[in-house]
Design a protein around this ligand. Structure first.
Ligand code: SAH
Length: 566
């Protein structure tokens, strides 16, 4: 079963060799290096604290190559709030110490042992139960789940105090642990899928070996499932996954039920009934209970949901923001981390990366928008997690509209079943405006000057009306080699309605290396100061400019209009 892929975080070049060595055990893990201090990391970050906290909140296991104290202080504000936590380890820069810090129940000691073995040092394991018994009883391996954590803690402390234990049921990993076993023991570890109340001296561990096939049309599905499980005498904790037919993929009840039960939802081809659905994916179910709406099958071994049927595909259209990593919204970072496939114009795909070896990049030309959108649906309809990247915001002269258009044109139910989401980004006009001050602080109008997809006459008309309406203006795609004259004409139109002193902001490669910001006026603006990587902001009649202490200028458009309110 899949374990989450850790992130290896380093602060300086001195740790790179150790980081690469750790990466040999986790080839899909990326090395995150501090920008300007590390050369050759897989991904650069600017702020250590923000990066570490973000990884932690996304449940990414963290291997930080720095002092344990730095990691503790950085994550401290988050510790009280979070229930389940990912493993967090500090590893000495030279690989001489491996210190598990957090995530005892998330398997931090397992990671610590693996890393330490690879670095040929002893892990600094401090968990008493783990030290004594060689395993964390409270953290059973994938495929098993603990009944009650609080009872479990008491149970382990009884064992540590010298009690012996009996094991009932099949628990292969416990056989290898050094537990003080005794057939007459008062304490019992009970492993099984039967529904039962734990007795005082019992630790319940459930194998996840139950599969439930469901029909989406059932009323109160989760209630019906719980009742069916109860009637069958099966514990809800043993449910490994829900299975439904693929024509029900977009069904909201199914999604809510799987969330409510905390189990994954998988899909298979439609068959005659739910019983057949189950038999289609488990060869020899031990027992099968069911009715028309719900079939319950128990397998001999724990089930890996990833091997059952297929998941609902996902397609996310994301905005990278202008370029700088800190201007990318966290939801977009999380989406990139879960992607199987990444599609887009090559420059943007590279900006979104680097990607792990298991992630597939599909780079295409900037003009092939509709083809890219259709390709994205084809991949997502196979159950993959697909990301289409745009710079800035995907809804501003970018891929979101193309993706929706492709879906609107399609009659393929598999495309309409895809879990489609648009995740916003900081658009170039807003990123540029923020650097200049607040030139778009009042009503403004956003226009693309490209006449590739709309007639120039429409652009002229909109420009004229927007300029006449005294809106501040933001021009995307202002000029290109194939569109050399359009910007000059656009400025002539604006000049009919604005005085020559009107402030103009030019932002080039904002949020990217070598960015420039220039504050000028309509009179001084010339077409050769602008290229296709430039954002042009033109003030309204109320836009003001004043000097800032660093020698530059602030530009803002006040929020009032007409006469200033008292
Ligand atoms: N979806 C993008 C816009 C795509 S149109 C967004 O929301 O930002 C492409 C145009 O956006 C470019 O011609 C340029 O005018 C502007 N642009 C995009 N990124 C920029 C950046 N980092 N700095 C300045 N302008 C940018």
């Amino acid at each position: 079963m899949l374990r989450p892929i850790p992130a290896i975080v380093i602060l300086g070049n001195g740790s790179l060799a150790t980081a690469r060595k750790i990466q040999q055990i986790y080839p899909d893990a990326l090395i995150h290096g501090l920008a300007e201090r590390v050369e050759g990391a897989d991904r650069l970050y600017r702020e250590f604290g923000a990066t570490l906290r973000e990884l932690y909140l996304q449940d990414t296991p963290i291997i930080a190559l720095c002092a344990a104290g730095i990691v503790i202080r950085t994550l401290a504000p988050l510790l009280l709030e979070k229930g389940a936590e990912p493993p967090v380890l500090a590893v000495a820069e030279d690989g001489s110490a491996v210190v598990p810090l957090l995530g005892g129940l998330g398997g931090v000691n397992v990671l610590a042992r693996e890393i330490a073995a690879h670095l040929d040092v002893a892990p600094a394991i401090t968990t008493s139960g783990e030290l004594r018994f060689g395993t964390c009883l409270l953290n059973p391996p994938a495929g098993y789940t603990l009944g009650d954590l609080e009872l479990g803690k008491r149970f382990v402390s009884d064992l540590l105090a010298g009690e012996t234990v009996r094991i009932e049921g099949s628990a292969p990993w416990l056989a290898q642990a050094q537990l003080p076993q005794d057939k007459e023991a008062r304490l019992t570890v009970h492993v099984g899928h039967a529904e039962r109340m734990a007795c005082a001296d019992e630790l319940l561990i459930y194998p996840r070996n139950v599969l439930i096939a469901v029909a989406a049309s059932t009323d109160d599905l989760s209630g019906a499932i719980r009742q069916a499980l109860h009637q069958a005498g099966i514990a809800v904790q043993s449910v490994a996954c829900l299975l439904a037919v693929d024509t029900d993929m977009a069904n909201v009840t199914l999604r809510e039920t799987s969330l409510e039960l905390g189990v994954p939802l998988r899909f298979a081809d439609a068959v005659a009934d739910v019983g057949e659905l189950v038999r289609g994916v488990i060869a020899h179910p031990v027992c099968l209970f069911g009715n028309d709406a719900i079939a319950i099958a128990v397998a001999e071994e724990p089930l890996d949901p990833l091997q059952i049927g297929r998941p609902r595909g996902r397609l996310a259209v994301i905005g990278l923001g202008p370029g700088a990593c800190e201007l990318m919204v966290p939801a977009v970072k999380a989406e990139l981390a879960r992607a199987n496939d990444v599609l887009g114009y090559e420059t943007y795909v590279r900006m979104a990366g680097p990607f792990r070896a298991d992630q597939v990049m599909h780079c295409t030309d900037n003009r092939e928008e509709m083809q890219r959108a259709r390709h994205a649906f084809q991949l997502a309809a196979q159950g993959r997690s697909v990301v289409v990247v745009s710079s800035g915001d995907p809804g501003v002269f970018a891929m979101a509209a193309a993706v929706l258009e492709a879906l609107h044109e399609s009659t393929d139910p598999a495309w309409h079943s895809v879990d489609l989401e648009i995740l916003p980004g900081v658009s170039a006009s807003l990123a540029t405006a923020a650097q200049a001050g607040a030139p778009l602080g009042h009503d403004f109008c956003v226009l693309s000057l490209s006449d590739n997809l709309k007639p120039w006459s429409i652009i002229e008309k909109r420009l004229d009306l927007a300029a006449q309406a005294d809106l501040a203006l933001a021009f995307y795609n202002p000029i290109s080699r194939s569109r050399p004259w359009q910007l000059g004409q656009a400025l002539d139109i604006v000049a009919r309605h604005r005085v020559p002193e009107t402030p103009v902001v030019l932002g080039r490669d904002i949020g990217r290396p070598g960015q420039t910001l220039r504050v000028t006026t309509l009179r001084q603006l010339t077409v050769d100061q602008v290229d296709m990587r430039t954002m042009v902001l033109i003030g309204s009649s109320t836009t003001c400019v004043f000097p800032r202490s660093d020698g530059g200028q602030w530009v803002y458009t006040p929020r009032w209009y007409g006469s200033k309110p008292e």
